[in-house]
Design a protein around this ligand. Structure first.
Ligand code: FAD
Length: 350
C-alpha cells in the first residue's frame, strides 16, 4: 500500500517539471504514469520563440515565462546531468510585406527580439526570399531527454507507479483519495495532457485538444546553425537531418500519424526548400489546448485537494516551468491565490 501526500497523474512535460519542483522541495509525493497512453511531449519539437509571426507581436507573458524557463531547465540539467536547453537563433523567411513590417517594428517592443534583417541573404538549398529576419531568444528544449532523466530519478527513489489510472476505481474517503487497495493519497494533481477529456472531474475545464503531426527528413542542406521558420519550421537535428512541422488539425478522434495528412507539411516544405529530401519518420500527438489558450491550474470547485496542471497547448516548453512554479506557491503557501486568468475555476464556475 502506498500512502502519499501528493499523487501526480501523468509524467509528460507538465508532470515532469512539477515532479522536479517537488523533488527540490523534498515533498512527499508519487507519480503515476500510463504504460501505454501516448505523450504529446515525446513528439514535440520543443521549440520556443518570443515572436508571433502573424501579427509580429511579442508572445503573451514572454517577460515572465522566459526567465522562469531558463532558470528551471538549467537547474533540471544539473539534476539529471544532461543538456536539455538549446538556445538557438531562428531565421524567418520574409516576403516584401513582412520585410517592411519587420523593419518598421525594430524600434517597438518586438524589436527587442529582432536581430539582423538581411535583404540579400541567400541560404543554399532554400528558395530565394525577399529577406531573412533573425529572431533572438529562441531555441528548443530536448523534452524526451528531460522526461527520461526525471523518470530515472523517480524510479530510483521508488516514487514512480507505472499504471493507468482507472477513474472509476477512485474513491474519496476520510479526506483521502483511495485507488483500489493500493494507493492512498491526500491530494491528487492531474497532469494528463490531452487525455484529460476522459477525466470525469476536469473534462469540461475548457479543453479543446488539437492534433499535430511532425516529420523528420534527410536532405543535403548545408549545416545550418539556426532554426528556419516559414509556414513550417526546419529544426536541425543531426547531420543533414531536420525536424519539420508542425500541422494543426482540429476535431480529430485520434492522435496517430496519417499518411493522408503528409501534404499539409510537404507542400509547405517544398515552398521553402529547393532540393530533394527523404522522409525518415512521421509522428503525431494531441496538444492539450484550451479555448482561451492559457493553461488551467488549481483546485476543483467541489474538492480543493483535487487539482490540475494542464492546458499547455502548443507552448508546453515555455508554460510548464511557470505553471509548476505557480502550483508550488499554491501548495506551499495557504494565502497564495492562483491568478484568475490561469485558474481552472474560470471554466468550472461558468
Ligand atoms: C506535433 C507537435 C509538435 C509540438 N511542438 C511543440 C513545440 O515545438 N514547442 C512546445 O512548447 N510545444 C510543442 N508541442 C506541444 C507540447 O507537446 C505540449 O504542450 C506538452 O508536451 C504537453 O505536455 P503534458 O505533460 O501536458 O502532456 P503529455 O505529454 O501528453 O503527457 C501526459 C501524460 O499523462 C499520462 N496519462 C494520461 N492519462 C493518464 C491516466 N489515466 N493514468 C496514468 N497516466 C495518464 C500520459 O501517459 C502522458 O504520459 C507540440 C505538440 C505536438 C503534437
Amino acid at each position: 500500500m502506498i500512502n502519499t501526500k501528493y499523487l501526480l497523474i501523468g509524467q509528460g512535460l507538465a508532470g515532469s517539471v512539477l515532479a522536479w519542483q517537488m523533488l527540490e522541495h523534498q515533498m512527499d509525493f508519487h507519480v503515476m504514469d500510463s504504460p501505454s497512453l501516448p505523450k504529446s511531449s515525446m513528439v514535440a519539437a520543443g521549440l520556443y520563440n518570443p515572436l508571433m509571426f502573424n501579427s509580429l507581436r511579442v508572445a503573451r507573458m514572454t517577460d515572465k515565462l522566459w526567465p522562469e524557463m531558463h532558470k528551471t531547465y538549467s537547474a533540471i540539467e544539473k539534476t539529471i546531468g544532461k543538456r536539455i536547453l538549446h538556445p538557438m537563433k531562428s531565421v524567418k523567411m520574409l516576403n516584401d510585406e513582412e520585410l517592411s513590417d519587420w523593419q518598421s517594428k525594430q524600434q517597438s517592443p518586438p524589436g527587442k527580439y529582432i536581430g539582423k534583417i538581411l535583404p540579400q541573404m541567400q541560404i543554399s538549398g532554400i528558395k530565394p526570399f525577399s529577406a531573412v529576419g533573425f529572431i533572438l531568444e529562441s531555441g528548443y528544449v530536448d523534452i524526451p531527454q528531460l522526461i527520461d532523466g526525471i523518470s530515472k530519478i523517480l524510479h530510483q527513489k521508488k516514487l514512480m507507479i507505472i499504471e493507468d489510472l482507472d477513474y472509476s476505481s477512485m474513491e474519496y474517503q476520510n479526506e483521502r483519495f483511495e485507488i483500489g487497495n493500493q494507493i492512498s493519497a491526500k491530494n491528487i494533481i492531474f497532469c494528463e495532457g490531452a487525455a484529460v477529456i476522459k477525466n470525469p472531474w476536469f473534462k469540461n475545464a475548457g479543453f479543446h485538444p488539437n492534433k499535430g503531426e511532425i516529420i523528420k527528413i534527410e536532405t543535403e542542406l548545408n549545416d545550418i546553425e539556426y532554426i528556419i521558420r516559414d509556414k513550417v519550421f526546419l529544426l536541425p537535428s543531426g547531420k543533414k537531418r531536420f525536424k519539420v512541422g508542425a500541422s494543426y488539425l482540429h476535431n480529430q478522434t485520434n492522435g496517430l500519424p496519417e499518411k493522408k495528412n503528409l501534404p499539409l507539411l510537404t507542400t509547405k516544405l517544398e515552398q521553402l526548400i529547393s532540393i530533394p529530401y527523404t522522409i525518415t519518420d512521421h509522428k503525431a500527438g494531441m496538444r492539450p489546448a484550451v479555448k482561451d489558450r492559457i493553461p488551467v491550474l488549481g483546485s476543483h470547485t467541489k474538492n480543493k485537494n483535487m487539482m490540475i496542471m494542464n492546458g499547455m497547448g502548443s507552448k508546453g516548453v515555455v508554460y510548464a516551468p511557470y505553471c509548476a512554479k505557480i502550483m508550488m506557491d499554491y501548495l506551499t503557501d495557504e494565502n497564495y491565490t492562483i491568478p484568475q486568468f490561469m485558474n481552472v475555476q474560470r471554466y468550472l464556475t461558468k
